[in-house]
Design a protein around this ligand. Sequence first.
Ligand SMILES: [Zn+2]
Length: 240
Amino acid sequence: MPLIIDTVPLLSDNYAWILHDTATGNTAVVDPGEADSVHAFLNTQGYRLNDIFLTHHHADHINGASALRQHYGARILGPRDQRLQSLVDENLQEGDLLSLGESHGHVLATPGHTLSHLCYYFSNPSALFCGDTLFSLGCGRLFEGTAEQLFESFLKIIALPPQTWICCGHEYTLANADFAFHVDPTNHALKERITQVRSLRSKGQPTLPSTLEQELATNPFLRAPNAQILKHLRQEKDTF
Ligand SMILES: [Zn+2]
């Protein structure tokens, strides 16, 4: 498998994601909210960092980027956004092609949580680094975009292969389970997922990555008919 994917837990409930191209040894991190944990992980693996991908401008996703760039001579890639102007070396936008050694992918613009939010898709294995756009059993809070924009962003994600690994920016799955169960109480796949999530969390293990197939079966924001999703999204803005 050309790309090895690992997760590094940091801060209270964030995940940075490590991508390692086995053909060339090139390595990237997505959303290093803090440098030390990422640095320690790279050391244990003997990886050197080439690229730093940022999904959006929030501090808990970017605060380690500058120190890691300095240590490894890595470059920082991210959205074109005034708030990231002093940090990002290379701006990315919808449709841009991504290369990490011999691994390839593309950029999805996914406004909603923030207006300039990007997701990064790699194809082998199929994996989406989705920041705070989509969570397992839930979705990101609408800080800047509209419910309609986030819904359009979900349509791009839904179009990816079902086996796609969903690599989110936070461990929110258990917290999302109550709302998911509340709106979809007869969903057997959801009940099984909640049992699995409780067991993983009781052992301190991540519930991520999930897969798109799993989210399509259990995540209320991807399952409901369009009008209902929009209603959930609007409610979510008020209540979460
Ligand atoms: Zn955020």
